[in-house]
Design a protein around this ligand. Structure first.
Ligand SMILES: [Zn+2]
Ligand SMILES: [Zn+2]
Length: 320
């Protein structure tokens, strides 16, 4: 996408859509025609993704070998999968928030640990053993889609120079603990923190961590403060977000509705495991949806326990 001529944006931004056979559909990466030539996210680590990225560079008059810097919005494979290959090709710098760094610098180790966490948590949450075994192979399927990358850690408030402009890092934990948004002049890149028309998964998308929904709701409010007339909002999937504040309100309302629905389930049935609550909420869940569904219920229950709405004892939850 080229910026309209009347925009006060001086650094041209191009969207390149990268096909993604997994997760949420095509991933958007953004090429910033700045000094240095910068890519926000890379897409998943397949040959097809690499071809799409190469073509995207060529359509903007660049060659993929000219890439100098990659900045990652978060640690998911559909966003950083090609980073290793691009780094091998171009020796470019790679940056990711410190809280997501290990997952991209130690891919195999982290996926091993992730399998362990998956098994432990799903068992604790009352998931049948057969379902756990089926889903536990998932980390190894992901292993083939990305390689460990020599990525430097970045932090909230840090900025990167893009010619005369600055690219500012805004830490927005929730979807993952190290998720960030990036502000460049009149453009806000939101990664998977804010998506158009739907709500990113919170809880299952970074299952090894606690307190994700509380962090996410706080991060939503934080990013709402950046809305202003003329702002272009470019997400990690799908089309640009037309109205940032409205999308944030809608996302927060979705979580409030889900919380109310969970409370009704617990008041009606009570004394349930997270797996049972997730089945009551979402119906039968298979493969990765089991992780996303139970993880999301867990994230909500944490907030509801904090509010005193829900009680827990020995892995079973109830509401008065
Ligand atoms: Zn993601
Ligand atoms: Zn994504």
């Amino acid at each position: 996408m080229n910026k309209p001529a009347d925009s006060s944006q001086t650094i041209p931004v191009h969207r390149i859509e990268i096909p993604n056979p997994f997760f949420e559909g095509n991933t958007n990466v953004y090429l910033l025609e700045s000094e240095p030539l910068t890519l926000i996210d890379t897409g998943i680590g397949t040959d097809e993704a690499f071809e799409s990225l190469s073509r995207g560079f060529e359509q903007t008059g660049h060659h993929i070998n000219d890439l100098e810097r990659i900045i990652l919005t978060h640690k998911h494979q559909d966003h950083f999968g090609l980073a290793r290959r691009l780094q091998d090709l171009t020796d470019c710098e790679v940056h990711i928030h410190s809280d997501d760094q290990y997952a991209v610098t130690h891919v195999s180790e982290r996926l091993q640990e992730f399998e362990h966490v998956l098994r432990e948590r799903l068992a604790l949450w009352g998931t049948p053993a057969g379902d756990i075994d089926r889903v536990a192979t998932m980390p190894h399927r992901l292993d083939k889609l990305c390689g460990s990358t020599d990525a430097a850690a970045m932090s909230d408030g840090q900025s990167f120079s893009c010619g005369d402009a600055e690219l500012q890092v805004i830490h927005t934990p929730g979807h993952t603990v190290g998720s960030i948004c990036l502000l460049l002049e009149q453009t806000l890149f939101t990664g998977d923190h804010v998506l158009p028309g739907y709500t990113p998964n919170i809880g299952g998308a970074d299952m090894a961590h606690d307190g994700l929904l509380g962090k996410y709701l706080y991060s939503l409010e934080r990013i709402a403060a950046y809305d202003r007339p003329g702002l272009t909002v470019l997400p990690g999937h799908d089309e640009p977000v037309v109205d940032l504040t409205a999308q944030i309100r809608q996302t927060a309302a979705h979580h409030a509705d889900r919380e109310a629905a969970l409370l009704r389930i617990l008041q009606a049935d009570g004394d349930m495991t997270i797996y049972e609550i997730a089945i009551a909420m979402f119906g039968e869940m298979h493969d990765y949806h089991l992780v996303l569904g139970t993880g999301e219920v867990h994230a909500h229950l944490e907030v509801m326990i904090d509010k005193g709405q829900v009680q827990i004892d020995s892995g079973r939850y109830w509401a008065d």
